[in-house]
Design a binder for this molecule. Structure first.
Ligand SMILES: C[S@@+](CC[C@H](N)C(=O)[O-])C[C@H]1O[C@@H](n2cnc3c(N)ncnc32)[C@H](O)[C@@H]1O
Length: 281
């Protein structure tokens, strides 16, 4: 996947509630389903699309945010597998396994890479398990990213990831869903769990002193999706404190090691920041 353009598609509104996996609540919008909508998937419903209607008024090219983010993630994974030698990934707040999945990207470089997907949306669990049921190098867990203890100390993951060896935690487009207190606490707990030489990938909505950031922040909140915090550079750099930044540092997402698929004309270029960092050995 290149993830280089918007492609919102039709959803699955004709599906009966009884046909949905257990726990899926169509009475409330879901971030995982909205994100799938942005990326051109089919796992979304009217309530999800309505939740972002106000945000679309602020940023008509809203879905480009998701594409730019996914595009950065693709480049970061390729770097981590091909250049940094990482063979184990924990994808926290992974989203629906529809477009450009971490294991697909990683396996293009090395088929032996292991990936743990963690999300608290039951639709992610259902799709992930259906898609990856025969796959012995992926694990899909239903868990709250804030509960780092349950994730890192769970028996399933302990039998799957070798925490004595370097691994990478992917925390892309997840910290902006938490208020400040929670976001820094989660980042700290993740960093505390990193083995020396392990990596973290972080991306977030960015408030780079332009009115769209604040307006979109408010529109997400009003849509009932919870927090979608656009944070300033200085606020976000704190997430990486104590770690060693990989070049080129914490930058606009499209400026992180761009390749031939990276958009050069993104209308939301200044609204997303991303970086990769390593726990020094
Ligand atoms: C915007 S998507 C990001 C997907 C992916 N990380 C990426 O960057 O492309 C955010 C995902 O985080 C999940 N999520 C939100 N809050 C969560 C929490 N507290 N625990 C686990 N997952 C969460 C949502 O269900 C959704 O699938």
């Amino acid at each position: 996947m290149t993830g280089d353009g918007p492609a919102e598609g039709a959803g699955r509104d004709d599906r009966r509630a009884a046909d949905l996996p257990p726990g899926v609540d169509l009475g409330r919008p879901s971030i995982a389903r909205v994100y799938d909508y942005f990326l051109g998937g089919k796992e979304h419903f009217e309530i999800d699309r309505m939740a972002v209607a106000a945000a679309y008024e602020v940023i008509p090219e809203l879905s480009r945010l998701a594409h730019d983010n996914r595009n950065h993630l693709r480049r970061a994974i390729r770097f981590l597998v091909a250049d940094a030698g990482v063979r184990q990934f924990l994808d926290l707040g992974s989203g629906l396994p529809t477009v450009g999945n971490v294991h697909d990207i990683a396996r293009n470089v090395d088929p032996a890479v292991r990936v743990v997907y963690v999300d608290n949306d039951p639709l992610v669990l259902a799709h992930g398990r259906a898609l990856l049921s025969d796959d012995t190098t992926t694990l899909v867990l239903l868990a709250d990213v804030r509960d780092t203890e349950a994730i890192f100390d769970g028996p399933e993951i302990r039998g799957f990831v070798d925490f004595d060896k370097p691994f990478a935690v992917i925390a892309t487009s997840i910290l902006h869903q938490f208020d400040d207190h929670e976001a820094y606490a989660v980042a700290d707990r993740i960093k505390a769990r990193l083995t020396l030489g392990s990596y973290v990938v972080i991306s977030n909505f960015l408030d780079d002193d332009e009115p769209r950031a604040n307006a979109a922040d408010r529109a997400f909140l009003a849509g009932g999706l919870g927090t979608g915090r656009f944070r300033r550079w200085s606020e976000q750099r704190e997430f990486f404190e104590g770690l060693e930044m990989v070049e080129p540092g914490f930058v606009y997402a499209n400026d992180w090691r761009p390749d031939e698929y990276t958009p050069t004309d993104s209308p939301v270029h200044t609204l997303y920041a991303a970086g990769v960092a390593r726990k020094p050995v």
